[in-house]
Write a protein that binds this ligand. Structure first.
Ligand code: HAM
Length: 356
């Protein structure tokens, strides 16, 4: 029996790698302009890292993370995302002491055991950015403008930026209680998954695809969620700065992210090529995560865009560069000419000329 690639994973063949390299090249060019440097972290981490950051009760950790014991009995995970790994590396290597603000980017595969479908795979790839060491709302706006700059440089238009305030930990706790109270007595109308979400993370009910849940959640008065003065001002500055940068966005009060580490600004970028639900990329601020993981108390913000979904949004948009294609072809007839051709190929290549 032939061994095939695993369901939800894909070979990226030479006919496609040029497009991938072009996308990565465009992103790297934009990162250079914004002063971001690359970080490469392991694909394999202690599973505890994601439990403590993404959240023990999040869907990603509970249902999707590839978690296993190795032969030494260590509890490991294939990274489902890279923010946690970057924060771990930031703390482990004292990057906060080396630079005031660490501006880092990464490109690579992530793993989530989701049901494979268009735009959803088990090994997928992200181009992500993290700025660690600042609580400034201007950095949130810069992050979104960096996201837009990448999409513009790739020639992707027609995307929508959805923005929301998720508040600080105290706001979140209070809002959670208020939403739970408003929904109590009505939980019978929620799907089984949302009944569970009601207990674990009630904000996720807003994110459910089930029409009944959506209707119930969206029927709650908009002022049910409130924020402290600091978080309100922070969000106002982010919105104001984006307007000054001429970046269109929509404040989406029901936007909830499925990772537990977010505070204050959260955002998602959607595109019609992906259908209503899936985002091309998403991110937000995480002001407690560095301290929670044992580092200094410093704010941070970041995002990641999915490469497969970027390709879907591109459609026929980006011409893969022709780099890699042979520039000169040499055809020979007979043994003597073949030898001469062979030597010529070597000479051309030594001169840096692509030849085949
Ligand atoms: P996320 O929303 O879980 O955020 O993932 C970001 C992007 O990765 C999604 O918008 C999507 O494009 C892509 N993605 C996620 N899951 C899949 C999948 N199964 N198949 C294909 N593409 C997928 C994060 O991962 C955060 N770490 C983002 C972040 C960085 N927040 C702050 N810094």
């Amino acid at each position: 029996m032939k061994i095939k690639s695993l369901r939800g994973t894909k070979d990226i063949l030479p006919s496609d790698t040029q497009l991938w390299q072009s996308i990565e090249g465009v992103a790297k060019g934009v990162f250079d302009t914004y002063g971001y440097q690359e970080i490469r972290t392991p694909l394999l981490e202690d599973a505890e890292l994601f439990k403590r950051s993404v959240g023990e009760t999040s869907e990603i950790v509970m249902k999707e993370m590839y978690e296993f014991s190795d032969k030494g009995g260590r509890n490991l995970a294939l990274r489902p995302e890279a923010t946690a790994s970057v924060v771990r590396a930031y703390i482990e290597h004292n990057l906060d002491k080396k630079e005031g603000l660490a501006k880092l980017y990464y490109i690579g595969p992530m793993f989530r055991g989701e049901r494979p479908q268009a735009g959803r795979s088990r090994q997928f790839h992200q181009i992500g950015v993290e700025a660690l060491g600042s609580s400034s709302p201007y950095l949130d706006a810069e992050m979104i403008s960096l996201f837009v700059a990448i999409l513009n440089a790739l020639g992707i238009s027609g995307f929508n930026i959805l923005l929301n305030n998720s508040g600080c930990r105290k706001d979140r706790k209070e809002n959670e209680e208020r939403i739970k109270k408003a929904l109590s007595g009505k939980t019978g109308g929620l799907c089984n998954e949302c009944k569970d979400r009601y207990e674990r993370n009630v904000f996720r009910v807003f994110d459910c695809k089930n029409d009944d849940c959506k209707e119930l959640a969206h029927s709650l008065p908009s002022d049910i969620v409130t924020f402290c003065e600091e978080c309100s001002i922070h969000f106002d500055v982010v919105c104001e700065t984006l307007r000054e940068l001429n970046i269109n966005f929509k404040h989406e009060p029901h936007l909830a992210r499925g990772l537990d580490y977010y505070t204050k600004t959260v955002f998602e970028v959607t595109h019609p090529a992906l259908g209503a639900k899936d985002a091309i990329g998403a991110g937000g601020r995480y002001d407690n995560l560095i301290a929670d993981m044992g580092g200094p108390s410093l704010g941070a913000v970041g995002f990641a865009l999915g490469v497969e979904r970027t390709i879907m949004a591109l459609g026929e948009g980006l011409d893969a560069e022709e780099a890699g294609e042979a520039f000169i072809y040499i055809a020979t007839l007979g043994e003597k000419a073949y030898k001469r051709g062979f030597n010529l190929l070597s000479e051309l290549r030594n001169e840096g000329i692509s030849a085949l």
